[in-house]
Design a protein around this ligand. Structure first.
Ligand code: HEM
Length: 509
């Protein structure tokens, strides 16, 4: 005979097994997305996304599946990944009614800043709250605004180049990826904190901030892939039991403190009429002073905006620059051609964005490097509006999720040609203008529509200034020309092992 306790346990177990079997049956035979192909594991759980997020190869796994199954694949019970270029406008277009999926909430940066009431532009899911907040700062991030601060970017480029000169003299191997990361984070410091962080000057990861941002983002990426019921436990597990995450939280609170200090000091300097510096921080403080509703854009909002820039802006820009330089050094004829264009243009140093952005071959190389290796390698997941929507010929009922990964759609053979897996800047010079327009429309590297990257002009100004500047002064070659870089995608697709030798070019050309 069984005791009451044993019977209870058996009944509970049987109930669990039946519910699970019922759930699998529902997902396989009744769910509205049941006809969309994909891995079995994905049809009834988040496990497939979690597995590839932990492995860091989500975009590669998706590319493989799309090749096998076509434009639509099921990557979770209620989520479809779409690789149809026609889906871009439907999901992300200007008038989109698709909202960011719950998974974005995982990316809310931890902060000690008080009274913000906002998860940041990136993680906020309430589209109305997002558009109100974004409108306040839109001007700060516009191209004309960023162009006012070119000298701040130049100061970082100077620091980068003088360090590279030393390495060139020593003939030592340079971890290019590391130095470019230090460069882009220092630029964020110049623009948002009133001074570079000193990653390049001190030649180290000051306060372990860069490592912290990287660690936390990888943790957030896994958290974003988990079912909502598990995210709380995952958070507790990582914060209390993983030393790397514990350390990262400490480092991030230092970034937070630095943001608050920067805002406080500048406010004091302005009040004492001593502030002569012009940068994005000053611009935000001026907007705050002019905003009629005192609570709409406070010092706390500005501190949070500033802190967020460290999370959102340093890594993706470094990834893009890495991709450009890496693909150039691996393709010597392209490298020579772009160098010849830069030399012929007789660019003055520091390179001005206006001059560099007019160079057609350089532009094609930048486009191509960001096509073949977009900085974000994850699906930009959206919730289908209540009325449902038809994407790539399939009607998706409201409440399900659908998204496109730039690192998949930017390989579409119909749009980019059969050699879409190859680095070929010449594709951007096709005589078929319609084809080029279609390629441009299929570039999702900065996202699209109301949630498009707010920092894209910062990134593009940096890229267009930095790449020709460095190429004018130096020749770069890989330490091991046959060895490929390694990449790991935790939202951003970060590269490593770009080890190079740097040589100074005679008389700057
Ligand atoms: C090459 C460099 C960059 C790339 C490729 C990039 C890529 C992206 C992408 C794809 C999105 C859209 C995400 C989505 O729709 O789910 C995004 C959003 C965002 N990015 Fe960037 N980013 C770059 C640089 C920057 C910089 C420099 C900053 C700020 C300093 C920044 C701040 C943001 C913010 C705040 C959002 C959220 C925008 C919103 O939802 O309103 N990014 N970025």
């Amino acid at each position: 005979m069984f005791s009451d306790e044993q019977s209870f346990t058996s009944v509970t177990l049987i109930a669990i097994i039946f519910s699970f079997a019922g759930w699998i049956f529902y997902c396989q035979f009744l769910h509205p997305l049941r006809t969309i192909p994909g891995p079995i594991l994905a049809s009834f759980s988040q496990a497939w996304i979690v597995y590839h997020t932990v492995r860091g190869d989500l975009e590669k796994a998706q590319r493989k599946l799309h090749k096998k199954h076509g434009y639509l694949i099921r990557i979770a019970p209620d989520e479809i990944a779409c690789s149809d270029p026609e889906g871009i406008k439907i999901i992300y277009g200007k008038k989109t009614v698709f909202s960011k999926a719950e998974s974005y909430a995982a990316f809310t940066p931890p902060t000690d800043v008080q009274d913000v009431g906002y998860a940041g532009h990136f993680a906020t899911r309430d589209e109305k709250a997002h558009s109100q907040r974004r409108e306040i700062v839109e001007k700060v991030y516009s191209l004309p605004s960023i162009l006012q601060y070119e000298p701040l970017i130049d100061s970082c480029t100077d620091m980068f180049c003088s360090t590279m000169k030393e390495f060139a003299n020593e003939k030592s191997v340079v971890d290019l990826g590391l130095w470019i990361n230090r460069y882009t984070f220092d630029v964020i410091g110049e623009l948002f904190f009133g001074t570079a962080f000193g990653f390049m000057r001190l030649r180290k990861d000051v306060g372990l901030c860069m490592t912290a941002v990287d660690t936390l983002r990888s943790t957030f990426a896994v958290k974003s892939a988990l079912p909502p019921s598990l995210t709380y436990f995952y958070k507790l597990l990582t914060i209390y039991f993983m030393d790397t995450v514990k350390g990262a939280m400490v480092a991030v609170s230092k970034i937070d403190a630095a943001a608050m200090t920067a805002v406080r000091r500048r406010t004091e300097a302005i009040e004492q009429k001593k502030d002569k510096r012009r940068d994005l921080l000053r611009k935000m403080l001026d907007i705050s002073a002019k905003t009629k509703d005192e609570k709409a854009f406070t010092r706390d909002h500005i501190s949070f905006e500033t802190q967020n820039a460290v999370f959102d802006g340093g890594d993706p820009t470094a990834i893009a620059i890495n991709s450009i330089l890496y693909h150039l050094v691996r393709n010597p004829s392209t490298y020579e051609r772009v160098t010849a264009e830069i030399d012929a243009a007789n660019l003055s140093l520091p390179v001005a964005y206006d001059d560099a952005s007019k160079l057609p071959y350089l532009k094609a190389c930048i486009n191509e490097a960001m096509r073949i290796h977009p900085s974000v390698g994850a699906t930009l997941s959206r919730v289908v509006p209540e009325a449902g929507a038809t994407v790539s010929g399939f009607y998706i009922p409201g409440g399900n999720r659908v998204g496109i990964n730039a690192a998949v759609v930017q390989f579409d053979e119909k749009v980019f040609g059969e050699d879409s897996e190859a680095f070929n800047p010449d594709r951007w010079f096709s005589s078929d203008k319609g084809k080029v327009t279609k390629m441009e429309e299929t570039m999702l590297q900065f996202g699209m529509g109301p949630r498009q990257c707010i920092g894209q002009h910062i990134a593009l100004v940096e890229i267009y200034k930095f790449v020709p500047h460095v190429m004018k002064l130096f020749h770069i070659r890989l330490e091991e020309p046959v060895k490929s870089w390694t990449t790991k995608t935790s939202w951003f697709s970060k590269q490593s092992s770009i080890n190079v030798y740097i040589e100074e070019r005679s008389a700057g050309n």
